[in-house]
Ligand binder design. Structure first.
Ligand SMILES: Nc1ncnc2c1ncn2[C@@H]1O[C@H](COP(=O)(O)OP(=O)(O)O)[C@@H](O)[C@H]1O
Ligand SMILES: [Mg+2]
Length: 239
């Protein structure tokens, strides 16, 4: 019998700081994320949201503090990240999705099968053989999402994934994210769309000047945020 996998949640961030060359970008970040959560990260431009996501995903190394994944000794593999602008390789849609799996050492036939399934999950199976670079921006972002999904991540980080998409493409991404979350994927997403945060997120992390000013259940946050910074931000953002 196989042993149960070592739990990678809760994610505990303690005293995290990022200050390259003494330039303080993030300061004393403390955050706990539970398995199955859907967290929206909000805050003004330049607050440090993208840096925080890169630290959590391991693309940047903190200059202080720790990130502890459940009982794991090291950062788990089962995570993926989506950026504002997708990067498409000069190959077919399915080739783009399978590529991420190749890199992880998955055999070709297996990679293609899993890529096909991922495309079905995001509603793009009919475009599998198209050259990825001729697709619209919205379709390309869904290919990028399929590429992430194919990795079967337990946590998915997204940094403003719909910032450059039209409303229809945004809805398609939101539908896929809701579906992934329902299937058990933990999600952390930076967004500038307050409506999107309201529709999808269960809890809100607000970042202001390199610090988290609050981590609040979404319904409470949108009724009455706890921090002055978030209060001001919402007044400016909401119509
Ligand atoms: N890799 C990096 N090294 C040093 N400074 C960075 C790095 N990435 C971003 N910054 C700086 O950190 C600050 C916060 O940036 P960012 O996280 O992109 O803000 P946000 O995503 O909230 O708009 C900015 O002043 C930016 O110039
Ligand atoms: Mg950003």
């Amino acid at each position: 019998m196989n042993a149960m996998p070592t739990p990678m949640f809760p994610l505990h961030v303690r005293g995290l700081g990022f200050a390259p060359a003494g330039n303080e970008i993030l300061t004393d970040i403390n955050l706990t994320l539970e398995t199955g959560s859907f967290t929206a990260v909000l805050g003004p431009n330049g607050a440090g949201k993208s840096v925080l996501m890169r630290l959590l995903h391991g693309l940047l190394a903190p200059t202080s503090g720790t990130i502890q994944w459940g009982e794991l000794e090291t950062r788990p593999q089962q995570q993926a990240m989506l950026f504002q602008r997708p990067i498409m390789l000069r190959r077919s849609v399915i080739g783009n999705v399978a590529y991420g799996l190749h890199v992880q050492g998955v055999a070709l036939s297996d990679a293609n099968r899993r890529a096909q399934q991922a495309l079905e999950r995001v509603g793009l199976a009919h475009l599998a053989e198209r050259p990825a670079r001729v697709l619209s921006g919205g379709e390309q972002q869904r290919v990028a999402l399929a590429r992430a999904v194919a990795l079967e991540p337990r946590i998915l980080f997204l940094d403003e994934p719909t910032a450059s998409l039209d409303p229809a493409a945004t809805r398609a991404i939101e539908t896929s994210l809701a579906d992934l979350h329902q299937q058990g994927t933990t999600i952390v997403m930076v967004t500038h769309h307050m409506g999107q945060a309201r529709r999808l997120a269960r809890d809100i992390v607000f970042v202001h000047q390199g610090r988290i000013t609050e981590h609040t259940p979404a319904d409470e946050f949108f009724k009455q945020p706890r921090s002055t910074a978030a209060s001001q931000f919402l007044q400016e953002e909401l119509p």
